[in-house]
Write a protein that binds this ligand. Structure first.
Ligand SMILES: NC(=O)c1ccc[n+]([C@@H]2O[C@H](COP(=O)([O-])OP(=O)(O)OC[C@H]3O[C@@H](n4cnc5c(N)ncnc54)[C@H](O)[C@@H]3O)[C@@H](O)[C@H]2O)c1
Length: 280
C-alpha cells in the first residue's frame, strides 16, 4: 500500500510503547487511526496527546482476547471512518516462570492476548479490508519467535512462534485469495517500552510471577532494554516502510535475528550441542 494519506489504520496496544509509536507514525503519514487498548486511562491520554482535536482518531477500550469485542470494534471502525486499510495486531503481554510452575491461567492469558488477539483481529477485520480493495495486516511477534533460548518465558515464546507461523500461513493464503491485502510480521528485539511491566494488566486469576529466577530474567531484560533497546519510534518507521513496500518480515534487529535463525538452522542440520546461544 504505497499511498497512506487519508487511509484508515487500527492499532491494538496503542496506549503504550510500540503501538503508540505506530499510531503516531500513521497520523504523521496523514492516516486516520483507531486507537485500541485495554487500559482506558492511558488510551484516552494517548489519543489526546496524539490528536488533541480528536478529528482523526477513534478510541476504543477493547480486550483483544474477546472475539465478540473485536467484532464490535471492526463494525465501529467502519461505521466511524467508512473503511479500514491497515490493521496492526500489536497488543501483547509477558508472564512466566520455571516451566512446571507456570499456572494454567498464566498460559491462557499470554496465549489469549498474544496469539488469539492476533487471530481475533485478522478474522474480524478481513471482510472490511477486502471491501476496501487494498489493505495490509501487521502482526507483532518478537525476535523470541526465532530465538527460543530465554529461560522462564515458555508462554511468551510459544505465543510468538504461533504468531509467526500463522502470519506466514496467512500471507501465503491471501497472496492467492486476496492479492490486494499484504501481510507483515514484526520481529523486534529489545525496545524501550513497558513490556517488562506487562503484569499491570494481569487478570485476577493469574498469579504474580514472583519466582526468583523469573525475576532475575525480567530484571535482566529490563536493564538490557533500558541500556540498548530501540526507541519505539524507530520500530514504527520500519513498520510503515514495510507496509509501503509490502515487505513480509520486519526485522528491527536484523543481524541478531539472522544470527539466531542461522543458529537454529545449524542445530537442525547437525543436532550438535551446545544449544543455541541466547541472543537479544
Ligand atoms: N518491548 C520489547 O522489547 C518487545 C520486543 C519484542 C516484541 N514486543 C511486542 O511488541 C508488542 C507491543 O508491546 P510493547 O513492548 O509496546 O509493550 P507495552 O506494555 O508498552 O504495550 C503493550 C500494550 O498492549 C496493551 N494490552 C495488553 N493486554 C491487552 C489486551 N488484552 N487487549 C488490548 N490491549 C492490551 C497494554 O495495555 C499496552 O498498552 C507486544 O506484542 C510485545 O510482545 C515487544
Amino acid at each position: 500500500m504505497d499511498e497512506l494519506t487519508g487511509r484508515v489504520a487500527v492499532v491494538t496496544g496503542a496506549a503504550s510503547g510500540i503501538g503508540r509509536a505506530i499510531a503516531e507514525r500513521c497520523l504523521d503519514a496523514g492516516m486516520r487511526v483507531a486507537l485500541v487498548d485495554v487500559e482506558l486511562d492511558s488510551l484516552t491520554r494517548t489519543a489526546h496527546e496524539l490528536d488533541p482535536a480528536g478529528s482523526r482518531t477513534l478510541t476504543r477500550q477493547v480486550d483483544v482476547r474477546d472475539p465478540a469485542q473485536v467484532e464490535h470494534l471492526a463494525a465501529a471502525v467502519v461505521a466511524h471512518f467508512g473503511a479500514v486499510h491497515l490493521l496492526c495486531n500489536n497488543a501483547g503481554v509477558d508472564a512466566g516462570g520455571p516451566f512446571v510452575d507456570i499456572s494454567d491461567a498464566t498460559w491462557r492469558w499470554v496465549m489469549d492476548v498474544n496469539f488469539f488477539g492476533v487471530v481475533n483481529g485478522c478474522r474480524a477485520f478481513l471482510p472490511a479490508l477486502r471491501a476496501s480493495g487494498e489493505g495490509h495486516i501487521v502482526n507483532t511477534a518478537s525476535m523470541a519467535a526465532v530465538n527460543a533460548g530465554m529461560r522462564t518465558m515458555a508462554p511468551y515464546i510459544g505465543s510468538k512462534f504461533a504468531v509467526l507461523g500463522v502470519s506466514e500461513n496467512l500471507a501465503v493464503e491471501l497472496a492467492e485469495s486476496d492479492p490486494g491485502i499484504g501481510v507483515s510480521v514484526l520481529l523486534p528485539g529489545g525496545v524501550q517500552t513497558r513490556m517488562t511491566d506487562s503484569e499491570r494488566n494481569r487478570p485476577a486469576d493469574v498469579p504474580p510471577s514472583d519466582d526468583p529466577l523469573r525475576q532475575s530474567v525480567v530484571d535482566g531484560i529490563r536493564s538490557a532494554t533500558a541500556r540498548d533497546g530501540l526507541d519505539p519510534s524507530d520500530v514504527a518507521v520500519a513498520v510503515l516502510d514495510a507496509v509501503r513496500d509490502r515487505s513480509f518480515y520486519i526485522l528491527t534487529h536484523r543481524e541478531p535475528a539472522l544470527e539466531a535463525i542461522a543458529q537454529r538452522l545449524e542445530w537442525m542440520r547437525t543436532n550438535a550441542q551446545p544449544l543455541p546461544r541466547v541472543l537479544r
